[in-house]
Ligand binder design. Structure first.
Ligand code: AP5
Ligand code: ZN
Length: 214
């Protein structure tokens, strides 16, 4: 199964992708995670990307297109893939079409998670991540047992730099201008499935699974 998880910042793409990747046994490819790993290890790519990520701007298309082309050529995508956070612009989507044509891996579905802005801000501003294992929590919706300590590994929780209120608002504005047009792009290709992304994590997962099994 070749899937794209689409939606605004905080819609729950990463949360759902982790579960779907296990269920369908396909790799979860998050461009945000790949970029953050590069920032952490201070690679050339990471140092360049950080300038944009800290401000809530998109990293330039040529960087992302190159990154995704390399990632999709790896062997573990032979039985499918789940893209999370890519594409985010029309040039990225056009490039993806070419890459997938060449690899003969057509997209089966683009799952668009629909969540109102107010809820997105609440989800993003309350998100906390484990510094050691990367597990994701929410101060209100999915709090750890001990404040700021990961239930799974005992690591310290932190807040992403771009989950501060002013950067969240910038990310939402960038989404509307640069990424939202892709909804029509994929509607025209007849692969878009919009689902209600509100409600708890399992409710949303059930809606996705129901649509995928049709
Ligand atoms: P990226 O990491 O992709 O960030 P994003 O798209 O803004 O998405 P998020 O990770 O913030 O949200 P999510 O939808 O995954 O939500 P989550 O499941 O964590 O990108 C970061 C930056 O990298 C970009 O700004 C850009 O600079 C750069 N970048 C990345 N890809 C790029 C590209 N293709 N082109 C150019 N630049 C790129 O959930 C959020 C919170 O809500 C969590 O706390 C979670 O526990 C909670 N939650 C989830 N689901 C529910 C639910 N149903 N109910 C209650 N709480 C929930
Ligand atoms: Zn942890």
């Amino acid at each position: 199964m070749n899937l794209i998880l689409f939606g605004p910042p905080g819609a729950g793409k990463g949360t759902q992708a982790k579960k779907l990747s296990i269920k369908y046994d396909i790799p979860h490819i998050s461009t945000g995670d790949i970029l953050r790993e590069n920032v952490k290890s201070e690679t050339e790519l990471g140092l360049e990307a950080k300038k944009y990520m800290d401000k809530g701007e998109l990293v330039p298309d040529d960087v992302l297109i190159n990154l995704i082309k390399n990632r999709l050529s790896e062997d573990d995508t032979s039985s499918g893939f789940l893209l999370d956070g890519y594409p985010r612009t029309v040039p990225q989507a056009d490039a993806l079409d070419d890459i997938l044509d060449e690899l003969d891996k057509p997209v089966d579905a683009v799952i668009n998670l629909d969540v109102p802005d107010e809820e997105l801000v609440r989800r993003l501003s309350g998100r906390r991540l484990c510094n050691d294992c990367g597990a994701s929590y929410h101060v209100e919706f999915n709090p750890p047992e001990k404040e700021n300590i990961c239930d799974l590994c005992g690591g310290q929780l932190y807040q992403r730099d771009d989950d501060k209120k002013d950067v969240i608002l910038q990310r939402l504005s960038v989404y509307k201008k640069q990424t939202y047009p892709l909804i029509e792009y994929y509607e025209d290709k007849d692969v878009l499935m919009t689902i209600d992304g509100t409600g708890n994590v399992d409710e949303v997962l059930n809606r996705i699974n129901t649509l995928l099994s049709k």
